[in-house]
Design a binder for this molecule. Sequence first.
Ligand code: TRP
Length: 328
Amino acid sequence: MEKVVSGIRPTGNLHLGNYFGAVKSFVKMQDDYDCLFFVADWHSLTTHPKPEDIRQSVKTVMAEYLACGIDPNKASIYVQSDVKEVLELYLYFNMNAYLGELERVTSFKEKVRKQPDNVNAGLLTYPTLMAADILMHKADKVPVGKDQEQNMEMARLFARRFNRIYDVEYFKEPESFHFSDKAIKIPGLDGSGKMGKSEGNCIYLFDDEKTITKKVMKAVTDSGPTVPNQEKPDVIQNLFTIMEVVSDKSTLDYFNDKWNSCEIRYGDMKKQLAADICSLLAPIRERILEFRSNDEYLERVAREGAEHAHESAAKTIQEVREIIGFHG
Ligand code: TRP
C-alpha cells in the first residue's frame, strides 16, 4: 500500500479552511493508503520558541483530528517529538543543505520579514526537518496545500542529493498530493483572502453557535448588486464560496437567483450561512470536547501512532547510517 505522510503545526485551533482543505482529504485517504498524520510540535518552535503549553496544544490538535473523522484504527496519529529518529535524519540532511538555497525559500523570507528579531537556524532549516519527516517514512504522497510546494521541492532535492552523494538509489522522491483547488481556498470573512490562523478571519471548528453567528453576521459585504447577473465582487463571492461547501445546493441556488435578480438581502444570506455552518460544526464540536476530556485515550492514540511511526523511522536510520558509513 502506498504511504502517505502529513503534518500540522500545533499553533492554533483548526478552522473551516483546514477542515475543507486538509482534514477532509486526510479522512478520505485513510481508507486507501497507509497514512501517518503527525503533529509537528518541533516545527512550531521555529515561530513559537516558548510555547505556552505545548502538550495541551498538541492534545487539542489530536482531539480535533479525531473529531473530524481520522480513525486511529485506519491511520496512525503521532507527535513529531515522540519519534526521535527524525532528528538524526535532519542532521544528515542539514550537512548537505546549503545556506544559499535555504535562504531563497519564500516562506523563510516571509518569516524574516515577520519576525526580524528571531531569524533562527530552525527557521532556516525548516525544509530539512520537513524533508526528514517525509523521507524517514519513504512517503509516496504528501497531502499539503499549495503554499508547501517549495518545501516539497526541497524534500525531493534532498532525496536526490543524498542518493547522488552516497551513490545509492535509496530515497525516492515524494509526490505532493494537492487537494482540489476549490477545497483549499476557503475565504476569510473579512474579504482579505484565505481563511488563515493569522488573519483573524476564521471560523474555528471549536466555535459555538453564538460565536459562529456573530462572526458570519459581521462578514464584510457591499451595498448590493445594481445590474442583473452582474459579476460578484470578492467579498460577496467569498460568502458564496463558503455556502457552496456548507449548504445544500437548493440554498445556494436560491441566493444565487436572488443575487442575479438584484433582490439579495445579505442579512438573510448570512443568517442561513451561519445556520448551515452551525449544523455542520455542532457535532464536530461535541466530539472535540469529548476527545479533549479523555487524556488517557489521546495518550494511547499517540503512543500507538508513535510505535507505528518508529518502525519505519528506525529502519530508515539504520540503513542511512550504513550508507554513510557509521556502524549500524
Ligand atoms: N510545513 C507544514 C505546514 O506548515 C507542516 C509540516 C511539517 C508538514 N512537516 C511536514 C507537512 C511533513 C507535510 C509533511 O503546514
